[in-house]
Structures are given as structure tokens and as C-alpha cells.
Design a protein around this ligand. Structure first.
Ligand SMILES: C=CC1=C(C)c2cc3[nH]c(cc4nc(cc5[nH]c(cc1n2)c(C)c5CCC(=O)O)C(CCC(=O)O)=C4C)c(C)c3C=C
Ligand SMILES: [Fe+2]
Ligand SMILES: [Fe+2]
Length: 369
């Protein structure tokens, strides 16, 4: 059967608003088989690797998935917590905190989180929201800067789910919030708190995840949005140009990616006699492999080895209260016009639904239901 079976249609079903926070995803365990499953799904996504499938799939299955999972699993093991992957833990916590924050502000909004690759999948969480009665869903990727490789891929997964759903909820999508004042403010406050406790560095390195340079020339706005985030953050911190540098990390494969690359830049700073660098990763809203291992272990070691004296890693926004406040402002701006208060339209619809419960509707059916 092509479409999922729906429960029988119920007149008077209340309108319910929901938010789905979407992140990249992470392996279920820090083991080679789990990393292979995760990378297999991730790297088969044509949004992520744009090489034609007949060329790419033999390389992926014949070479990459035979070697990389073991190497990556060892890296994952070095950052894994008792409760699992940091990315999964922070993302789940953000959903819980956002639900609580919106609830306290009087908004009855269901909030769940999903992963583009791995678990919980976007399709399973959309099914769960629908089962909970959601009729309007805001898709909020946890990527402040839009990229076809990340944001659009989340949207692809939502469209694929909608394409096999008979009664599709109203859907809205958040493309970006790279310049949202709340997001910039949350980043600035976390850096300022670090500096208050530890003093200031000679150089602040703002390291963003890279993407192939080719995507920029093909019209992907990610580079420009990352640059704007960096500029606004520097302005908010009152940093002159020579006090910071914006770089791109996590290069994959041999092609040219966005430059300057993080590790060579930091090494050059160490060699040139820069005593202390602080690295912050504004494009990552949760700490993960790329920040905790690549930056805080590999890049740290490279800097110290190159002659640097002090390396500070400033954690991601994670569960910071300023970040959750920003996220709730971003969400509320995109929810505008959708009922989120139980004493409003949803409450009236609830009362109608209760009155109708247990039998076929009698008398006039509420309009539009
Ligand atoms: C192969 C190409 C890749 C592109 C393009 C890419 C873009 C991209 N990724 C993130 C955020 C994250 N990436 C993470 C891990 C990760 N990324 C790639 C490859 C590409 N990313 C790989 C192969 C991996 C897995 C680890 C490894 O084997 O090296 C993570 C961390 C996940 C975790 O489990 O902790 C994040 C987050 C962004 C924002 C982005 C484009 C803007
Ligand atoms: Fe990545
Ligand atoms: Fe990496």
C-alpha cells in the first residue's frame, strides 16, 4: 500500500501545534558496526556527497565503509558518555527545555527531536507527533546557517514522509537563524563568561563545519551566512579584525573545501608565536564528535605542538539558558498565527471534541473541521 493507514477521521479534532527539532544524527554506539550503519546512511545522501551515484557508491561501499568506521568508532569512543553520544544527549535536552520554556510562557506546544541519520528518525517522530494529535508542525533544524548539505536534507526527509502520508499536517520550515539577535547574544554571552573566568586570548578562532567549495559557487548560501554570523559575533564582542579569525573544519575527501581550514590556521598561529587561542564553534548548536574530538583534542594538540602555549575550547550552546530563550523566540516567530494557547482556539476545539466524544456528531459540525 502506498499511503500509511490513518485512524478514522474525527469531526471536531482540536488543532494542535508541534515543533520538531532536527539535528544531524550520530551512531547508536561507539562501535565499528554502528558507525558503519550511520555513515552508510549519511554518506549515501546525495545532498551530502554530490558525486554521481554510479561513481560514488562503489567507492563508498568498496573503500570508505571498509576503513572509516573503525577509525571513526575509536574517535567516538573517546567522547562517548555513560548515557551515549553527546550530540544525542544535548539534542534531547534542548527539546525538553524548549517544551518547558514554551509551556511556562503559556504555549501548549508539543516538542520532539529527530535525527536526519540514525535515531530517532524524522519519519518516526513525525508519526509520533501525528499520533499525539499534531495538526500543525514547525520543522526547526538545529543548524543556524542554511546549507543544502544539512538543512535541505532535513527538509527532503520531511517531504518523503509527507509523500506517503494521507492526511498531511500543515508544515512550516525554518531555513536559517544565522543572524538572529538571540542566537548571536547567546554565543557572545557564553564567550564572555569563558573570558570572565579565564581572561582573554590573543586570538579567537571561530571554527565552522566546512562544505565543498564547489557548493558555494553553485549558489549555496552557507559560506556567506557563516561569515555574517562571525561578523555579528565579533561586533557584539567588540573585537577588532586582528583579534579573531573565521575558519572551516572537518574537511572530507580530497576536493577543495571552504577555506581557511581550521587546523592549518591554528598551527600557523602557533608557529608565528601566538601564545593563546580560544576556539568556539558557532555553527554547531550541540557539542559532538567534530567539536569535542576534532577541535578539543586534535586541533589542541596541533597548536601546542606548533609552539602555542595555551589552548581553550569554548563549549557549544548546548543547554545554556540564553540559547533556549533564543530558540523559543525563533520558534515563536515562525509559529505566528498558529494557535498555541489552550485558552484560545485549541481550547474551544477541545471542548467541542469532548462534547462530541463517544458518538457521531449531532447538530452542526464546527466549521473547517
Ligand atoms: C562528506 C561530506 C560532509 C559534509 C558536506 C558535511 C557537512 C556538515 N556536517 C555538519 C555537522 C556535523 N557533521 C558531523 C560529522 C560528520 N560529518 C561528515 C561529513 C560531512 N559533513 C562525516 C563523515 C561525519 C562523521 C564523523 C566522521 O566519520 O568523521 C557531526 C557530528 C556527529 C556526531 O555524531 O557527533 C556534525 C554535528 C554540518 C553543520 C555540515 C554543513 C554545514
Ligand atoms: Fe559533517
Ligand atoms: Fe571530523
Amino acid at each position: 500500500m502506498r499511503f500509511q493507514t490513518e485512524p478514522p477521521f474525527n469531526h471536531g479534532q482540536p488543532e494542535r501545534t508541534a515543533i520538531l527539532l532536527c539535528n544531524l544524527g550520530t551512531p547508536d554506539e561507539a562501535t565499528a558496526p554502528a558507525v558503519r550503519r550511520y555513515l552508510g546512511q549519511f554518506l549515501s545522501d546525495h545532498r551530502v556527497v554530490e558525486i554521481p551515484k554510479p561513481v560514488w557508491l562503489p567507492i563508498l561501499h568498496g573503500i570508505i565503509l571498509r576503513t572509516r568506521p573503525r577509525q571513526s568508532a575509536a574517535k567516538y569512543a573517546s567522547i562517548w558518555t555513560q548515557d551515549g553520544s553527546p550530540l544525542a544527549l544535548w539534542t534531547a535536552k534542548q527539546a525538553t527545555l524548549l517544551r518547558g520554556w514554551l509551556g511556562e510562557a503559556g504555549h501548549q506546544v508539543a516538542v520532539r527531536h529527530a535525527m536526519r541519520y540514525g535515531n530517532p528518525s524524522i519519519a518516526s517522530q513525525l508519526d509520533a507527533l501525528k499520533a499525539d494529535g499534531a495538526t500543525r508542525i514547525l520543522i526547526l533544524p538545529l543548524y543556524p546557517q542554511y546549507s543544502g548539505t544539512t538543512t535541505a536534507s532535513v527538509f527532503d526527509a520531511v517531504y518523503a514522509w509527507a509523500a506517503r502520508t494521507r492526511h498531511v499536517p500543515e508544515l512550516r520550515f525554518v531555513n536559517r537563524y544565522h543572524d538572529h539577535p538571540g542566537y548571536i547574544d547567546a554565543l557572545a554571552r557564553s564567550i564572555e563568561a569563558h573570558w570572565k573566568a579565564n581572561g582573554q586570548p590573543d586570538k579567537l578562532v571561530m571554527s565552522f563545519h566546512g562544505v565543498p567549495e564547489r557548493t558555494r559557487t553553485l549558489g549555496d548560501p552557507y559560506f556567506c551566512e557563516s561569515m555574517k554570523t562571525g561578523r555579528l559575533l565579533a561586533e557584539r564582542l567588540g573585537l577588532r579584525d586582528e583579534r579573531y579569525v573565521l575558519t572551516f573544519q572537518s574537511r572530507f575527501g580530497k576536493a577543495k573545501w571552504l577555506e581557511p581550514y581550521t587546523q592549518p590556521t591554528v598551527e600557523a598561529l602557533g608557529k608565528a608565536g601566538t601564545r593563546r587561542v580560544d576556539v568556539v564553534c558557532p555553527g554547531f548548536t550541540s557539542d559532538c564528535l567534530e567539536t569535542l574530538e576534532e577541535i578539543n583534542m586534535e586541533v589542541r594538540e596541533a597548536f601546542l605542538h606548533a609552539g602555542g602555549q595555551e589552548f581553550h575550547y569554548i563549549p557549544c550552546l548546548n543547554d545554556s539558558s540564553h540559547w533556549i530563550t533564543a530558540l523559543s523566540r525563533i520558534a515563536q516567530q515562525h509559529l505566528a498565527g498558529w494557535p498555541t494557547e489552550l485558552d484560545g482556539t485549541a481550547a474551544q476545539a477541545d471542548a467541542r471534541a469532548r462534547a462530541l466524544a463517544g458518538g457521531a456528531p449531532k447538530g452542526p459540525v464546527p466549521p473547517g473541521r
